[in-house]
Write a protein of this length. Structure first.
Length: 194
């Protein structure tokens, strides 16, 4: 396995969710904020964790926080900002709204590192998960070019990179559930109680 000194964890905490009416990283599951679950999953595998967010409330976690280089440009800008702030070749990127994620799932990404691929993403339930993925630092240059041309769609940017998927077993698919609505928040709480 690759040395954790060569891996940085990057959490995309974005901003206020219009559908949830609050910053998703601070939603609670078992009295623990969502972002803490991302931190806990990453910690054993990385040398540093960076939070990408304009919200200074995240400073309470005592981690390096950076802001988006391009404002309001979504995850392409967030990933690009995180990669540029990273001092390592490999970077585990997580959004802050997947509280059931665990270290074992992220280890699968690291185990699949090779000399060819720039992005290794989880595939769950038939869908690629670019916000549960391992990115090489060089991807920042590609993403920057897309931002300069006002292209903000993450899947379009990823298509121009060498990427591969790590398919999760059925029994692990629940770990990638993310929360965008109050209904999803309820179902994640239900899934967590099983």
């Amino acid at each position: 396995m690759i040395d954790k000194k060569n891996i940085t964890g990057i959490i995309l905490a974005g901003g206020k969710s219009s559908r949830m009416g609050t910053d998703k990283g601070f939603l609670l599951l078992n009295n623990k904020p969502f972002v803490q679950y991302s931190i806990d999953a990453l910690s054993p595998l990385v040398s540093e964790i960076i939070i990408v967010s304009d919200n200074a409330d995240y400073d309470v976690f005592g981690l390096k926080r950076i802001t988006d280089i391009t404002k309001n440009a979504g995850p392409v800008a967030g990933i690009c900002s995180g990669l540029e702030a990273s001092s390592t070749d490999y970077n585990l990127i997580l959004s802050c709204d997947i509280p059931l994620i665990n270290t074992q799932i992220l280890e699968k990404l690291i185990d699949n590192i090779d000399d060819y691929h720039e992005i290794i993403q989880v595939e769950s339930n038939g869908k690629s998960m670019p916000l549960i993925a391992l990115y090489k630092k060089d991807v920042a240059q590609t993403f920057n070019t897309f931002l300069k041309h006002d292209e903000r769609r993450l899947r379009v940017a990823i298509k121009s990179c060498k990427s591969k998927n790590v398919v999760l077993e059925k029994e692990n698919e629940f770990t990638t559930m993310n929360v965008n609505t109050k209904t999803e928040l309820k179902s994640i709480k239900d899934a967590n109680n099983h």
